[in-house]
Write a protein that binds this ligand. Structure first.
Ligand SMILES: Cc1ncc(COP(=O)(O)O)c(C=O)c1O
Length: 477
């Protein structure tokens, strides 16, 4: 390594430390526009290579104004984690060590960190010991893997060997899925060859939970191999499906039961929240993120499958040059659709050690208490309506509960622009049940009640200004 390369590493470390010490980006949202950023980054491909240290200095300059402050305690825009410093440090080392976590022999340390972290995850999430765990880029890929195992398994149950006979001509599979499933699950299903005509869409209640009676009836109508997809933690309401009832139905119909628990499954690690997940351990597979509530740096997710054989058979890669010997530990590639891959286990190992069981519980339950407090303050504000039963860390609200329904949409959007005028675009909207909502996610590791009081005040003050004008306008019509 030359001096400039050494200076690049030292500079990056100093920048990283100072970024974290100052609490992250200056604002919860990026400051630069897309065209400003393009101008900063697009400096052209150099004919000759440059000094590494000056490249890294330029990278910092180009990126600074486009960084989103999602590690800040006043970040509420999406369900995104804040990368625990122990995970960041482990991630730095992961890159420095440059390990390829493909098979055990490529990096025994990386493979063993995954093996051990997998065991800890099952323990923390209270899932059966026999499950296998694939370390993925996130919950989308985790659902993809789990549903690939599901596809193979339900076909095998109906006498079709997917690994030998392929998908063409295979028996049709029906996927029973709530109409409010997360978009990532639809995308995983699409990648696996499932289209709209393979779904049996199940209606949901006002919180986005699958209607059990409807699921019961629809399962009875179909004789094909079945997969049921449910969720722990609805993206807007935070709601949980009724796993006890759904698992009974899955057992009756020999259906594979998959749970998308990207963030919500962490409730099962917390004694005062685990009732939300009652029965979740009865499922066949789970998708959960490390880079959300566990605060592992991006990219980190876990594909957890009860039938390790189905998991492995679906993801397996073998070749004579990928030598495996007696006594080797885990081959990480057996559980993901990747061969050469980042050693994701180090950061997970480090964050679990740094937080400990109690630390994880504390973060998750603090965020849920914060969400409950925010709902308590805002629900008594005339004109604001909290649409969800706040059971987790999500709040969905609309404004104009006391004005004609047709005006609410516009008023809710105006509230967001009023807040944006004063504080920047730090809150986000979504569409839920055909209406625009303000969607608040509390998941940043350092968010406390103090930040919640400040947030409530910002919303209240913007809303009061707006309400004065909209009430007058509506009265004049
Ligand atoms: C409920 C749910 N499922 C799945 C995902 C997808 O997770 P990832 O972005 O890690 O792929 C998300 C992401 O926000 C989510 O909230």
């Amino acid at each position: 390594m030359n001096d400039s390369e050494k200076r690049a590493l030292e500079y990056a470390a100093r920048q990283g430390v100072s970024y974290r010490c100052s609490g992250g980006a200056d604002t919860p949202h990026a400051r630069a526009t897309a065209s400003e950023l393009r101008e900063l980054f697009d400096v052209g491909v150099p004919e000759e290579g440059r000094e590494a240290s000056s490249v890294i200095e330029d990278l910092v300059r180009a990126a600074e104004s486009g960084l989103v402050g999602n590690i800040r305690p006043d970040f509420f825009a999406w369900v995104m984690g804040g990368s625990h410093p122990a995970g960041v440090a482990a991630d730095w080392l992961t890159s420095s060590w440059g390990q390829n976590a493909a098979i055990y022999q490529c990096s025994p340390a990386a493979a063993t960190a995954e093996e051990v972290a997998a065991k800890w995850l099952l323990d923390l999430l209270r899932l059966p010991d026999e499950c296998s765990v694939g370390f993925t880029t996130g919950a989308t890929m985790a659902s993809f893997i789990a549903l690939a195992a599901a596809r193979s398994d339900v076909l095998a149950e109906s006498g079709w060997n997917l690994e030998v006979e392929g998908l063409h001509g295979a028996p049709a599979i029906k996927v029973f899925i709530g109409e409010e499933a997360h978009s990532s699950v639809w995308s995983a299903l699409r990648l696996l060859g499932f289209g709209r005509s393979n779904y049996v869409m199940i209606g949901c209640d006002d919180q986005g939970r699958m209607l059990i009676d409807e699921l019961t009836g629809r399962l009875e109508e179909h004789q094909e191999p079945k997969v049921i997809v449910c969720q722990a933690g609805h993206i807007n309401s935070g709601a949980f499906d009724n796993f006890v009832e759904i698992a009974k139905l899955a057992a009756t119909h020999s259906a594979w039961l998959h749970v998308d628990g990207a963030f919500g499954l962490w409730a099962n690690a917390v004694p005062n929240l685990m009732h939300l997940c009652a029965g979740v351990e009865l499922a066949d597979s789970w998708a959960v993120d490390g880079h959300k509530w566990l605060q592992v740096p991006y990219d980190s997710g876990f594909a957890i499958v009860k039938d390790a054989n189905a998991h492995r058979r679906t993801m397996d890669i073998t070749a004579s040059y990928l030598n495996e010997s007696e006594g080797d530990g885990r081959n990480p590639t057996h559980f993901v659709p990747e061969l050469s891959r980042r050693a994701r286990g180090f950061a997970v190992w480090a964050v679990i050690q740094a937080l400990g069981r109690q630390g994880i519980r504390e973060i998750v339950s603090r965020h849920c208490a914060c969400a409950a407090r925010l709902a308590e303050i805002l629900s008594v504000e005339p004109g604001i309506e909290i649409l969800n039963e706040v059971c987790l860390n999500q709040i969905a609200l609309t404004v104009g509960s006391d004005v004609p329904a047709e005006d609410r949409e516009a008023i809710t959007k105006e509230l967001l622009s009023e807040i944006e005028k004063k504080h920047g675009p730090f809150l986000r909207s979504a569409k839920w049940k055909d209406q625009t909502i303000v969607r608040i996610s509390i998941i940043s590791p350092d968010t406390t009640m103090e930040h919640i009081e400040e947030l409530a005040q910002k919303i209240q003050s913007a809303h009061r200004t707006l309400r004065a004008s909209y009430s007058e306008e509506i009265a004049c019509r």
